[in-house]
Design a protein around this ligand. Structure first.
Ligand SMILES: *Cc1c(COP(=O)(O)O)cnc(C)c1O
Length: 353
């Protein structure tokens, strides 16, 4: 009884301000002014607004060295945790770009976001979920090994990113790799966009990875965010190398533009979304060592390539020089490699009672 009496006034207090301010159904669609970093000149015409979706600044964590124990190291490693820009359905590097892209879609009074990517696209998943949060419908084109809609009925239809992409209510159009190559992503996007227009909708098209001039501002800002952390946190002062991975190019373009000293190592050994046994083993053993899961498509490959470079001598780390690795997220893509990753997991024990 006592709880009922106590709860009622609280409910009234919470509900009244919401209805009286007339907040829209999608309060996350909130445009705020964008203040570009001081090194940006007004002539570069920075965007004027963004929708604050990310938890910023993302932390920098000091982590165990990913170099093999054979390799004597006095070089510390740090991770820039852009895997945690948002929750599981939003997180990763794409959310920084979406802050600008979704603001532009809102300014243009669009109602539907249209984008494209691979079947385990982190970008499509983040766009669909952030889009829904801000009150947009989304339609995505997915490049699939098997484009048959039946394939999406089975367990693989809810694997990793697909679970969250589909939960958001996004409409999916499938194409084969061949069709994707033949038509190109712009053509495919404009086909979906035109058909939406003919239905009276207002689509806003976002290119692969959100990597256009506007999306890149997310990483120009990220560079300046890190510079501030670097200046203010003494434990970061020996960072001399910054390592990040690249896919559609927006992250690299933004960071390279914004960072004074950067280091880039390409990790595309076997090609997009194909991992060698060495790369999978590296992701597994680093998770076991550090509790950090690097993804199998981008960050695991890049960190592996970087470590291999150091161990083989192609990459030289001077005495005491520290490394910042930019963790861009993507753990959900690892579900597609679950059987390879889990092959030698610790045995589970039945509890002895
Ligand atoms: C998309 C993505 C990248 C590559 O970023 P681009 O801006 O497309 O170059 C790197 N890591 C992860 C986890 C990604 O999802």
């Amino acid at each position: 009884m006592q709880t009922t009496i106590l709860l009622l006034p609280i409910l009234v207090l919470v509900l009244l301000p919401m209805s009286s301010t007339g907040l829209s159904l999608f309060p996350a669609r909130r445009l705020i002014p964008y203040i570009p970093p001081t090194f940006i000149s007004p002539s570069s015409l920075p965007p004027t607004s963004r929708i604050p979706l990310c938890n910023l600044p993302t932390p920098v964590h000091s982590v165990p060295s990913p170099l093999s124990t054979k390799f004597p190291t006095k070089n510390k490693f740090h991770l820039k945790r852009d895997d945690s820009t948002g929750g599981i359905e939003l997180g990763g590097n794409k959310l920084r770009k979406l802050e600008f892209l979704l603001a532009q879609a809102a300014l243009e009074s669009a109602d539907t976001l249209v984008t494209i990517g691979g079947i385990q696209s982190n970008h499509c998943r983040a766009t669909a979920c952030a889009g829904r949060l801000c009150g947009f419908d989304t339609e995505v084109i997915l490049r699939c090994p098997d484009p048959s809609p039946d394939k999406f009925q089975g367990p693989s239809g809810t694997e990793g990113n697909l679970m969250y992409l589909r939960s958001s209510g996004s409409k999916i159009h499938t194409v084969t790799k061949q069709e994707y190559a033949t038509h190109g992503s712009s053509k495919l996007l404009s086909l979906v966009s035109s058909s939406l227009k003919s239905l009276g909708k207002s689509p806003y098209t976002i290119p692969v990875g959100g990597s256009n001039a506007l999306g890149t501002w997310g990483y120009i800002s990220a560079a300046s965010e890190f510079r501030k952390q670097f200046e203010e946190d003494d434990t970061l002062k020996n960072i001399k190398h910054i390592v990040y991975t690249t896919g559609s190019g927006g992250t690299a373009a933004g960071l390279t533009y914004g960072l004074i000293k950067s280091f880039e190592e390409k990790g595309r050994n076997k090609g997009y979304a194909i991992s060698s046994d060495e790369e999978i083993n590296f992701v597994k053993s680093y998770a076991e060592k550090s509790g950090v899961f690097l993804d199998t498509v981008y960050t695991g490959k890049a960190m592996y390539a970087f470590c291999k470079g150091v161990e083989e001598g192609g990459v030289v780390l001077g005495e005491g020089e520290e490394v910042l690795f930019w963790h861009t997220g993507g753990a959900l893509g690892g579900y597609a490699e679950a059987s390879r990753i889990s092959s030698d997991f610790q045995q589970v024990k039945r509890m002895d009672l």
